[in-house]
Ligand binder design. Structure first.
Ligand SMILES: [Zn+2]
Length: 250
């Protein structure tokens, strides 16, 4: 391995863009590296956690060198390490537990924990298009989405990152959308069916709706994580009653 490695310009541009898009205090976990970073200020990343494995250390050294080429500093004096997981399954479970623990500590600017917000009322919202650089130096348009939740304490609107929302609320509240057409929010939810629900629907001869990037009923935009799902149409009032019922059963 060559310590004097020259990074491709595309990679340096990517590093710079990635860093500038991170909010201060945001966490970054490069896939498959066993590393967790935090952006501490406008010019510094901090390594907070590392899996105790030579590969992980090697990834960290490489990331440090890459960011140094675009003048982003690295601090790694105070790093938590955890043993390398035994299997991919263990690694996944440990990562999920860790991510959920981190997510549980997030708070709104008024101090209210995001985990205690009325997540069952969260509505996916399209924020805008963004150009991102992909590996071969080309750009690609990605859609930015957020889940809008109203804070119970200050009535402020919280726009949660969809992945964060998924971690806190689970798939049941994540795999759904409510279309907005001409700034008018539909009173119908589209909720992705589980295989069991699809089976029951097929047995009763009822029909759901197969969803692409556009809502077949309203023409509204569909969040990317819902593309290719088979959904049930549920009127808002019925849906809220059902969600409240489910909460009581837990
Ligand atoms: Zn608040």
């Amino acid at each position: 391995m060559n310590d004097e490695e020259d990074f491709a310009d595309e990679l340096k541009v990517w590093a710079l863009e990635h860093f500038s898009q991170m909010a201060i205090k945001a966490v970054w976990r490069p896939d498959g590296t066993g590393l967790r970073y935090r952006k501490t200020d406008d010019e510094t990343l901090q390594l907070e956690h590392r899996v105790d494995h030579p590969d992980s250390l090697h990834h960290h050294e490489r990331i440090t060198r890459l960011f140094a080429t675009v003048n982003i500093g690295m601090t790694d004096e105070d790093v938590l390490t955890s043993p390398a997981a035994l299997s991919a399954e263990d690694a996944f479970r440990m990562e999920m537990q860790e991510r959920q623990a981190v997510a549980a500590s997030w708070t709104h600017e008024c101090g209210t924990p995001l985990a205690s917000m009325p997540l069952e009322l969260g509505v996916p919202m399209f924020i805008g298009d963004r150009e991102v650089l992909i590996e071969d130096g080309e750009t690609q348009t990605v859609e930015d989405w957020a889940i809008s939740v109203t804070c119970t304490e200050c009535d402020g609107v919280v726009l949660m990152n969809p992945d964060d929302f998924n971690l806190l609320a689970g798939d049941g509240l994540f795999m759904r959308y409510k279309p907005t057409v001409d700034e008018e929010e539909s009173d119908m939810w589209y909720v992705a069916m589980t295989r069991q629900q699809m089976y029951e629907t097929a047995e009763t001869g009822e029909l759901g709706v197969l969803v692409g990037s556009e809502c077949p009923d309203t023409g509204g935009k569909v969040p990317p994580w819902m593309w290719g799902t088979y959904c049930q149409r549920v009127p808002h009032t019925d849906y809220m009653l059902k969600v409240l019922d489910d909460l009581e059963e837990e």
